[in-house]
Design a protein around this ligand. Structure first.
Ligand SMILES: [Zn+2]
Length: 280
């Protein structure tokens, strides 16, 4: 080997020794950056792009919403399932919907959905084994299809396809449904209620509306699934409040006013992309 070749090898080794660690450092710093909460100023734009209805919130509430979404993103781990690659917009959309339920000034006294450590995102509806016996005491050996779940310990499980449908204005909003269950679990009041300053009013309106849904053969607005239990009713009416505010206010005014006072804002003027006039 010519003496010059050693010099070339020495230079190549030196480049590898210097550039290699630098590249590794860059990867580590990018990872750190991704794990840190985006400051609310950076979140306002994507939140508004994904959830244009946020423009209807008063400025103060929109700021608070972005702060809580940042806290949510910093504290919860997202896990893609069945090959789903979790992207920033997915995390922001889930955080954006969930934090609509905690906008009251004192909503975080117990923490921000403290039981939830992980959000499992599936590309679409997923199958879960049935463990609960039915009314005859039998456990089905066929797994059931679900679009969301929130009863298992530290996680909420969601179908991304159904989150997207909610973003477009579908009447089903699996995120607010599952996170309403979380508020229900956190609360010290009876099943089917968040923590409340005025439980008597809540119980009066909810009981009446729950009975009404159970009696109706073909409910016009509320998902009949809400008739299963007070807990499911709370999930279902929360979905209607977020996705169908105007119709809820028209057909169930007391229920609408109760949810408006509980969550702290109006939704009757909210227009979802699918319902908005094109070109507007
Ligand atoms: Zn449910």
């Amino acid at each position: 080997m010519a003496p010059g070749a050693w010099a070339v090898i020495a230079i190549l080794v030196a480049i590898t020794l210097i550039v290699g660690p630098l590249t590794t450092l860059k990867i580590i710093s990018n990872r750190r950056k991704a794990a840190e909460p985006a400051p609310p100023a950076d979140l306002l734009e994507p939140l508004l792009r994904l959830l244009p209805v946020l423009a209807q919130l008063p400025d103060e509430l929109r700021e608070r919403h972005a702060q809580r979404a940042a806290q949510f993103l910093a504290g919860k781990r997202f896990v893609g399932c069945d090959g789903l690659q979790v992207e920033d917009d997915m995390r922001i959309a889930v955080a954006g919907f969930a934090c609509l339920l905690v906008l009251q000034p004192d909503a975080l006294r117990g923490g921000l959905f403290p039981a939830v450590k992980k959000i499992l995102l599936y590309p679409d509806a997923f199958l879960v084994p049935v463990t609960e016996p039915d009314e005859f005491g039998l456990v089905d050996d066929e797994p059931q299809e679900r679009i969301g779940e929130s009863w298992q310990g530290d996680r909420v499980v969601l179908s991304w396809r159904d989150v997207q449908a909610a973003l477009a204005g579908d009447e089903v909003n699996v995120v607010v449904h599952e996170f309403a269950h979380q508020l229900d679990d956190e609360s010290l009041t009876a099943e089917g209620a968040p923590n409340l300053p005025d439980y008597a009013r809540w119980a009066g309106v909810m009981q009446q509306e729950f009975e009404r849904l159970r009696r109706q053969r073909r409910p016009r607005l509320l998902d009949p699934y809400g008739a299963e239990s007070p807990a499911e009713f709370f999930g279902v009416v929360t979905e209607a409040f977020i996705q169908r505010g105007a119709e809820l206010a028209q057909h169930h005014p007391k229920l609408y006013e109760l949810l408006r006072d509980t969550f702290g804002y109006d939704t009757r003027d909210w227009l979802w992309p699918a319902a908005a006039p094109s070109g507007a």
